[in-house]
Design a protein around this ligand. Structure first.
Ligand code: GAP
Length: 497
């Protein structure tokens, strides 16, 4: 992660928000390269999800919506995480990310150990238990630790579990902490003007359902999609942009007939999402599925599957695909008094459609891309010198720069003129970069670090030999070959879509 965060800063992908003031925890800025990469991922999703399909339409709804939306959706009452305070250090923890275990020797509990969630929580707790046994000099056999999270702690245990910050039992019982950011609309700042920054984009699709049906010429099954910022006052934002307080979502609500086979559609969308991740270059080996346990699902949910991704800090949720029944539309119909139904020509009956919801975070995909495309490798140059090459193996679909155009020498007018002409022509259609500073090898390395799939070098063969060819250097293999302008554009046309 350290190498990725460092590259992200060095090459202008991601900066800490308000860095000159010390930063603001859970907020990030995207730099010149980052904003392009992010836009490319968003555009790929939009093209594949909306424009290239006939059954999905897009919308863009406001970030601040009527507060009743969030009452009907259940967010005002229930969009909370269990929060635990350390009374001494003032640190705050999410109870479900704080783990503990009783230290049991010869069947007797002699104390408790705690650790924050990580890849090695169990090992850490076992080591802490062994340390406690040694420190207290207790004879006997230490049982393997049985790990629970703090939401499962009984009151008598809470008074004994040590705070990770102080090592003493300074923790409060968990309490619900609503994660919606509040604001006030208009000049009054009383209860009547309270509104929320949306914690998800999905509600926009439900609230505008009737508008889209009445104006969009859509027929079941069909979907409504949008991308946009969401805000959650996360208790523990962490792992760089993985869990932040302001982030962008890409969500789609796919409405189906109440009698349709929801499980078939659910599977269809899980597969679609996985295929799409591969299409933007994520490795299949890092992708897995996790089915939420039936007994932990909300009462209206028929099933939720998360597409998991192997991040450097562990396997974590990337994309959730939920079968939500007709819960959301029914809630809004009841709260607004406006029916959210569709007329079935076959049965001549009205019904509320059911929905399958693939919901993903754009920033999370961005991180998955950076983490899995980042590589450091040893390369040997023509003179036999070995050096470390840092390379981002980004798919041409999402790479911020598609081609770098390099004149071999910057003081040869003919080379520069030909390079400039090619650069300007490419730039009309594709993001390109012109670089004439330094040795060609160094220029290649700079492009490797930002993930540019191809460099074309305008050399003496270009201007002296027949055919107007350039050297095309491929990022991953570093292989070079000669190519014409027509062939270059054909390559771009095929690979950048
Ligand atoms: N409408 C359903 C919904 O919002 P969610 O699982 O809470 O479901 C969907 O969020 C996706 O949004 C997650 O799978 C994740 O990719 C992304 N996401 C959620 N919270 C996030 C956060 N704090 N920072 C970055 N991405 C987040």
């Amino acid at each position: 992660m350290e190498a990725i965060v460092s590259l992200a800063k060095r090459r202008g992908f991601v900066f800490q928000s308000s860095e000159i003031y010390g930063g603001l925890n859970g907020f990030f800025d995207y730099g010149p390269m980052g904003v392009e990469l992010k836009k490319n991922i968003r555009d790929c999703w939009w093209n594949d999800m909306v424009r290239r399909r006939e059954d999905i339409v897009g919308i863009e709804t406001s970030i601040i919506m009527h507060p009743k939306v969030w009452e009907a959706s259940g967010h005002v009452a229930g969009f909370s995480d269990p929060l635990v305070d350390c009374k001494v250090s003032k640190n705050r923890y999410r109870a479900d990310q704080l783990f503990f275990a009783p230290v049991v020797i010869d069947g007797n509990t002699v104390g408790y150990v705690s650790a924050l969630e990580s890849d090695k929580t169990t090992e850490e707790l076992q080591a802490a238990a062994e340390l406690m046994k040694r420190k207290k000099a207790i004879q006997g056999t230490l049982a393997p630790v049985v790990v629970k999270d703090f939401t499962e702690a009984k009151p008598e245990e809470i008074s004994q579990i040590p705070s990770p910050a102080t090592g003493n039992p300074d923790l409060t019982p968990p309490r619900a902490f609503n994660m919606m950011f509040q604001t006030n609309v208009g000049a009054m700042t009383d209860a009547s003007s309270v509104a929320y920054l949306r914690p998800e984009t999905a509600q926009g699709m439900f609230v505008d359902f009737k508008n889209v049906v009445d104006t969009g010429r859509v027929k079941l099954p069909f979907g409504i999609a949008q991308t946009g910022k969401s805000f959650r006052n996360e208790i523990t934002p962490r792992n760089f942009i993985f869990r932040s307080r302001e982030f962008e979502q890409m969500e789609m609500e796919f409405f189906i007939h109440e009698d349709d086979d929801w499980a078939k559609w659910h599977r269809y969308w899980i597969n679609w999402c996985k295929d799409w991740l591969l299409s933007i270059g994520l490795p299949e080996s890092h992708i897995s599925e996790y089915d939420h346990l039936k007994e932990k699902l909300a009462f209206y949910s028929k099933g939720t599957t998360d597409i998991m991704f192997k991040f450097p800090f562990g396997v974590q949720e990337l994309w959730g695909i939920a079968a939500r029944g007709n819960y959301d539309l029914t809630q809004h119909a009841n709260a607004s008094g406006k029916p959210q139904e569709i007329f079935d020509e076959a049965t001549k009956k009205k019904f509320v459609p059911h929905v399958i919801e693939p919901a993903v975070g754009l920033d999370r995909i961005f991180l998955a891309v950076l983490a899995s495309c980042y590589a450091e490798e040893q390369v040997t140059d023509d003179k036999g010198n070995t050096e470390t090459r840092t390379v981002l193996r980004l798919s041409p679909r999402i790479a911020p720069v598609k081609v770098a155009v390099l004149p071999l020498l910057k003081n040869k007018e003919q080379l520069v003129a030909r390079a400039q002409a090619l650069y300007k022509k490419i730039k009309r259609k594709y993001p390109a970069f012109y670089d004439e500073a330094g040795a060609v090898g160094r220029r290649y390395r700079r492009q490797d670090e930002i993930g540019t799939p191809w460099c074309v070098t305008i050399d003496f063969d270009t201007i002296e030999k027949e055919g107007d060819t350039f050297t095309l250097r491929e990022r991953d293999s570093m292989a070079q070959k000669r190519i014409t302008e027509t062939e270059l554009f054909a390559l771009l046309e095929e690979q950048v879509y």
